[in-house]
Design a protein around this ligand. Structure first.
Ligand code: MEV
Length: 424
């Protein structure tokens, strides 16, 4: 199928029958018939592929794959594949993306894709001499690191720098070497760990100490993605609403109990895209929360303020260790398809899209929380699930949902009663 439309602004997408939604996305992204079948297959991962991916495999488990619409990031429209089990998230992202596409839309940027590898050195007899020796040997160490991954070097990546730290700990002072590696389109764990392991014997020689750990750091603070937006005050309900959103943010930034939930809302978007594209979402979570606590207190990843025109200004900055090559991103057929729908060609581009989705998700939550609360939307979806479980089908679903909400008792027994009555 040739790619048909290029605008992601689609009204009423959620009301379309599922088949129509698939057709529209297939047309948008130029999916082949085979790829459309893959979406329909309800998981897309064969038992054989699953068995190769991890150990002790019994089967596979499917999650819903949805698409958030309306996103415009750096002037380009995008449909955003999202995988998650929580209702309302995809709808919230789509709604907020509609407001955020006005004006300049969402602007996103990123640093170079640099990851940190750590080498822990114990028992160096002379810390100062060890530091000096490591500093002097830096070119040799970087060269040795780069010899481990000629492909990465060929694509413009590779070991860039080496930093030497002394960390005080419960077992005394230790030297910790940070190897900075530009991972280009890889998430980089394999490349970085291999390099760290290869350097260990030389580090022992140079320091006279003993190398213990050689492992990537998930606090990827050299690999940051950033998204920014200005949303018109009038689109949010006026200046009072803007002030309320800023006050909600300020609460989170001042209080870790709220900050954890605020950041969880951001991760709803980030992790859903990570799952759709088969990223290491545990690494992303670890990096995000460690970054949020980098100043010694756990704070928000985003920042919201009001500008002189009374509009809302939002910024999200966070580590985003994602890759397009290697790992499950390449081997999972649905992840490949999700990347095709997204239309990203580099890992940094993917990281920027994910930051934009995180920012939209965050504002959607803050707007709902400062206005009607989040339960109303949730309750509608909950009611829908209940009436379907109670046997409602087709047009009857909508009628039963309305009746159940009107009854004020969103429970399964009420849903059963209503469906029985409507079926006559
Ligand atoms: C729910 O999954 C996410 C929220 O709790 C986020 C927030 O409170 O900001 C709504």
């Amino acid at each position: 199928m040739a790619s048909g439309r290029r605008s992601s602004r689609i009204s009423g997408f959620y009301k379309m029958p599922l088949e129509e939604r698939v057709g529209l996305v297939a047309d948008y992204a130029g999916l082949t018939q085979e790829e459309v079948e893959l979406i329909r297959s309800g998981g897309g991962l064969s038992l054989e592929a699953a068995d190769r991916m991890i150990e002790n495999v019994l089967g596979t488990m499917a999650y819903p794959l949805g698409v958030a619409v309306n996103f415009r990031i750096n002037g380009r429209d995008r449909l955003i594949p999202m995988v998650l089990e929580e209702p309302s998230v995809v709808a919230a992202a789509s709604n907020m993306a509609r407001l955020m596409r006005e004006g300049e839309g969402i602007r996103a940027s990123s640093s170079d894709p640099v990851m940190i590898g750590q080498i822990q050195v114990l028992d160096a007899p002379d810390m100062e001499a060890a530091r000096r020796a490591l500093g002097e040997a830096k070119p040799r160490l970087l060269e040795l690191a780069n010899q481990q991954d000629p492909v990465l070097v060929k694509f413009g990546g590779g070991a860039r720098d080496l930093e030497i730290r002394v960390v005080e700990s419960e077992v005394g002072a230790m030297i910790v070497i940070h190897l900075l590696v530009d991972c280009r389109d890889a998430m980089g764990a394999n490349a970085v760990n291999t390099m760290c392991e290869a350097l260990a014997p030389v580090v022992e020689e140079l320091t006279g100490g003993r190398v213990l750990l050689r492992i990537i750091s998930n606090l990827a603070d050299r690999r940051l993605a950033r998204a920014e937006v200005v949303v018109r005050g009038e689109d949010l309900g006026g200046e009072g609403s803007v002030d309320d959103i800023v006050a909600a943010w300020a609460f989170a930034d001042a209080d870790p109990y709220r900050a954890a939930t605020h950041n969880k809302g951001i991760m709803n978007g980030v992790v859903a895209v990570a799952l759709a594209t088969a990223q290491d979402h545990r690494a992303l979570e670890a990096g995000a929360h460690a970054y949020a606590a980098r100043g010694g207190r756990y704070r928000t990843l985003s920042r919201w303020s009001k500008n002189e025109d009374g509009d809302l200004v939002g910024v999200l900055e966070m580590p985003m260790a994602v890759g397009l090559v290697g790992g499950a991103t390449r081997s999972h057929p649905v992840a490949r398809l999700a990347l095709k729908v997204l239309g990203v060609s580099t890992a940094t581009e993917l990281s920027e899209v994910m930051a934009a989705v995180g920012l939209a998700q965050n504002l959607a939550a803050l707007r709902a929380l400062t206005q009607e609360g989040i339960q109303r939307g949730h309750m509608r979806l909950h009611a829908r699930n209940l009436v379907v479980m109670a046997g409602a089908e087709g047009d009857l679903i909508g009628m039963a949902v309305e009746a159940l909400i009107e009854s004020g008792e969103i429970r399964f027994d009420r849903a059963q009663e209503i469906v029985r009555r409507l079926k006559g």
